[in-house]
Design a protein. Structure first.
Length: 149
């Protein structure tokens, strides 16, 4: 029986994939559990409409990420940190601190897990932190660390 998967099913296929499975497996397990529907012309048209809508949503999200990237590229975050006796920075500026500073000053919410450069900033001066806003949309946040007097 040909079916359209509504969810990912292990060892069968991914969501929106058309697969051929045994009649008993489809009618006794996949369809009653809401994991699949029988492939008909009506279901195919619904699938195509869903795929078009998903593609439009993806395009919209990518455009929003591009706009956010433009905002972020012009931002320089300022931090102060104490220095040790030999002039090196004491402590670090973590991705969480960068995330909180963006929210506090610019009302921009970026998940710290999206930061490509996971290492904390541990030197005075300017540093660049790359953030993946969306697939293939990477913005650079400038971080300036000043020595606390």
């Amino acid at each position: 029986m040909k079916i359209i998967l509504l969810k990912d099913v292990k060892n069968v296929g991914k969501k929106d994939q058309i697969v051929n499975v045994s009649d008993g497996y489809a009618s006794n397990y996949l369809i009653p559990h809401g994991l699949a529907v029988k492939m008909t012309s009506q279901e195919m048209s619904i699938l195509k409409n869903n795929q078009k809508q998903r593609a439009l949503d993806e395009e919209k999200k990518k455009e929003e990420a591009q706009v956010l990237k433009q905002k972020i590229e012009g931002i320089v975050l300022e931090f102060t940190a104490p220095s040790s006796k030999d002039g090196r920075m004491f402590g670090t500026i973590s991705p969480k601190q960068i995330e909180q500073e963006l929210i506090a000053k610019y009302k921009i919410t970026i998940d710290k897990r999206k930061m490509v450069d996971k290492e904390p900033v541990n030197s005075f001066g300017y540093s660049n932190i790359r953030v993946e806003l969306y697939k293939d949309v990477i913005a650079t946040i400038r971080v300036h660390v000043i020595e606390k007097k």
